[in-house]
Design a protein. Sequence first.
Length: 352
Amino acid sequence: MKGYLLLSDGTKFPGTVFGHTQNAIGEIVFNTGMTGYQEIVTDPSYFGQIVVLTYPLIGNYGISDKVNQSFKTQANGVVVRELATLHSNWESQGDFDSYLKKHNMVGISGVDTRYLTQLIRDNGNMVGQIVVEDNEQVDFSDYNNHQAALKVTRDEIVKMGEGKYHIGVMDFGIKENILNQLLLKDFRLTVYPATTSAERVLKDNPDGIFLSNGPGDPSELSDIIKEVEILSKAKPTFGICLGHQLLGHAYGCETEKLKFGHRGPNHPVKDIQLNRVFITSQNHSYMIDKTSIDSDVFEITHVNVNDESIEGFKHKTLPIFSVQYHPEASPGPDDSNYLFDNFEIMVKEALC
């Protein structure tokens, strides 16, 4: 079915609609990964966004339920250059087109994604909409992704694992791979909805706190930031992505929006303490403003090699650390697993 991608600046890209044939509106972002299209569209951090996949052929290895990062698709739409009509993989359970149909998500193919990505890099992220032929466009001002983390968090408390150490996991849109990595440690998890109070979490007396990834602007989550401060002052705490940003806000830092974000499995990050560069997987629009960090409170531990943005820090007196990137996404594939090891060590030491 014919359709087009329309950007808020008026740029229009004709194409062929696939998946669920409905209009979609969202912030236009791009991901530079060669693989991982299913993980991308099911990652809650993409909630409210239309994702441009820069690799030119998408769908060639099919779909497998093993790699879903949540129970449903989370992105509003996906843009590709070419959709594979054949898929081949020993674990494949179907094709990408049918998968999107099943989950009511729209895609558009035949778009010059190279030119589109250059537009985003030059002009910054903007709102766009995928429009099915003969359907009416919507007003760009109708788009609202306010407090997105509250729209993707779970509804109830869930317990997982049987490890020795009890970890309270705050779900702001957590990926399944993060839960899987935590469960590989000697942890048992209690996963809490994002709006759970620190008082309720601490009532369960966890040995440590994990703050998850998630979508949206961290500065909009003022109530959650207050709870994060209480939790992190009470228990050893590790944060990833949005969790990292919320920790920063809890201790006086500010965040700012990147021009076009960091998204893909190929971002170089230097661990200052190890004097080593890691290739990392990233997915975020916001970063900690380095000028707002109190050097008496936080020590910067990780820096992005490309743009020198802050990728990690640790508290100077409390057992708290966090990173902006996704160690569980395994671009190394196991290079960054040491961060989960460090968290386990930190929890054990706090109990001694």
